[in-house]
Design a binder for this molecule. Structure first.
Ligand code: C2E
Ligand code: CA
Ligand code: CA
Length: 277
């Protein structure tokens, strides 16, 4: 029996290793090929609950497999992080985000792009960003927002803080992603020159029926306001939560209730709805 157990265990390990290798080679192939086609960047609207208007969008990458399956980032971002492939991947997403922001410059306020810890720690991240901004034709760099997570800041090194200040000096805005889920959110608020707090969906979904969630949200809204930061509530899935956030005067929301992430073309349709019948 012990022998059998060992067999199964080895099998599972082998499968896990193989899956990782497959994911890595897929990703490599995608990055070497037609990135725009194979790694499409989708957009999810960020909306003002007061007006119902789209104020911005979050860029979210997807990957087509050779078998014609569309993978969500959860299936390949972790491998991309481990292998460092997240650096060229992130560059691609940033380039696509800037390209679309230019295309939608008259209809869309800003585009928000996820930056992984690995990307942020690349020594030439800021100069590269500056070059990409320069060629993007973007009139106002504050229309680009970089979303960072707390894990990126765990080191909280001087180097990293300098880097965040250098990003700010370019005029680009910084958002604290998944706010509230980490270990040191308040330290984060104190030490990072952020412009936007993205309140994690674990505090948002179901807030209309949960007075504790509602209290946490009011407190974060108040705190952010005092610190001159804006707030995006993530994961708004139903009308009751939308109404509650509007009543709480939350400046912006994002979630399936308004729209899931969609292709760039579908997002374009949302921005410029067809007139007439
Ligand atoms: P995230 O940055 O927290 O992005 C929001 C995720 O929540 C998206 O998942 C989105 O589809 C999902 N979501 C939006 N509204 C709702 C809702 O109402 N309810 C629920 N349950 N979920 C909602 P997605 O697109 O699968 O992305 C997952 C994660 O992958 C992202 O989480 C982000 O951490 C990462 N990611 C996506 N694109 C990129 C990228 O270009 N670069 C990097 N480094 N990471 C990325
Ligand atoms: Ca995000
Ligand atoms: Ca998030």
């Amino acid at each position: 029996a012990g022998g059998n157990r060992l067999e199964i265990f080895n099998d599972e390990m082998r499968v896990a290793v193989q899956q990782r290798i497959t994911a890595e080679s897929r990703l490599r192939q995608a990055l070497d090929g037609d990135r725009v086609a194979t790694l499409p960047v989708w957009f999810q609207p960020i909306v003002s609950p007061a007006t119902g208007l789209i104020v911005g969008a979050e860029a979210l990458v997807r990957m087509w497999t050779t078998e014609g399956e569309l993978l969500a980032p959860g299936h390949f971002i972790p491998t991309a992080e481990e292998t460092g492939l997240v650096v060229p991947l992130g560059e691609h997403v940033l380039a696509e985000a800037l390209r679309h922001l230019h295309r939608w410059r008259h209809e869309l306020g800003y585009v928000s792009v996820n930056v992984s810890p690995r990307q942020l720690s690349e020594p030439d991240f800021v100069p590269k960003l500056a070059r990409m901004l320069a060629v993007s034709g973007l009139d106002d760099p504050s229309r680009l927002v970089l979303e960072i997570t707390e894990t990126a800041l765990l080191s909280n090194s001087l180097d990293l803080r300098n880097r965040l200040h250098a990003i700010k000096a370019l005029g680009v805005r910084i958002a604290l992603d998944d706010f509230g889920t980490g270990y040191s959110s308040l330290t984060w608020l104190q030490s990072v020159p952020a412009d936007i707090v993205k309140l994690d969906r674990s505090f948002v979904a179901g807030l209309a029926d949960d007075t504790r969630k509602a209290s946490i949200i009011s407190a974060v809204l108040w705190l952010a306001h005092s610190l001159n930061m804006s707030v995006v509530a993530e994961g708004v899935e139903d009308l009751a939560d939308w109404e509650a956030l509007r009543a709480a005067e939350c400046p912006a929301i994002q979630g399936y209730f308004f729209s899931p992430p969609v292709t760039a073309d579908d997002f374009h349709q949302m921005l410029t709805p067809a007139r007439g019948v």
